[in-house]
Design a protein. Structure first.
Length: 227
């Protein structure tokens, strides 16, 4: 509705039926106009001032509900329930999709890991193999630092000091050799894998393998044990 109604009288108890409103589907649904009389019940109330008639009609068109008591008040329409929920879609179906025989019970297969070695054994074997049982031996008061021993091979010794040091001592023939302390780089033991250039070198480490000691001494180097 887009028309505004102007009323000059103030006593609506006597002149209420002189005001008529064209019936409309929107107005009928939102303002409870009776289709037989075509009248707004709120307009026949004497407590409503004539200046509020236009605003009332505009609010009715905006789908708002009004009631008349001591004062004219506004009441917003409540939102409908979520029509897309699964529960709403299942209304009218007695078992709600869960069947009559099995029924929807709380924990039909047991709580938690119940049945992991019985009626749920196939599921555990497929998705969690090795869940049950023990493997290995128990080690009481395990101290991992006693077995901590990082290693380095002889073919990586020169990389600990850099290429410039190697090129410097590779040209010398006076018998001088650099000192490489592998413990400064975080290694404890020297192993004998790989090729060692024919340049004498002094290596310091906590441990040496037999092959590493042999290769270092073959090129004129020395092995020094450190704490």
């Amino acid at each position: 509705m887009s028309q505004q109604v102007e009323v000059t009288v103030t006593n609506f108890s006597e002149e209420s039926r002189m005001v008529s409103v064209e019936p409309c589907l929107v107005v009928v649904l939102s303002s409870s106009i009776t289709t037989t009389s075509g009248m707004l019940p709120v307009l026949s109330h004497a407590a409503v001032a004539h200046s509020n008639v236009a605003s009332l009609l505009m609010c009715f068109a905006a789908e708002r509900h009004w009631w008349v008591g001591d004062d004219v008040q506004e009441k917003e329409t409540t939102r409908p329930m979520a029509l897309s929920s699964k529960t709403h879609k299942k209304r009218g179906h007695i078992t709600m999709g869960y069947g009559r025989v099995g029924k929807h019970r709380k924990h039909p297969g047991g709580r938690g890991n119940a049945g992991g070695q019985h009626h749920h054994k196939t599921w555990f074997d497929r998705y969690h193999p090795g869940f049950f049982g023990k493997v290995g031996n128990r080690h009481f008061h395990l101290l991992r630092h006693q077995t901590y021993c990082p290693t380095v091979n002889v073919n990586k010794l020169w990389s600990l000091v850099g290429e410039d040091v190697y090129s410097q001592f590779a040209k010398k023939t006076d018998g001088t050799a650099p000192v490489i302390d592998v413990t400064q780089s975080g290694f404890f033991k020297v192993l004998g894998t790989g090729h060692l250039p024919n340049v004498p070198v002094i290596v310091k480490a906590k441990f040496f393998s037999k092959r590493a000691e042999k290769k270092i001494k073959e090129i004129g180097g020395a092995c020094i044990l450190t704490a």
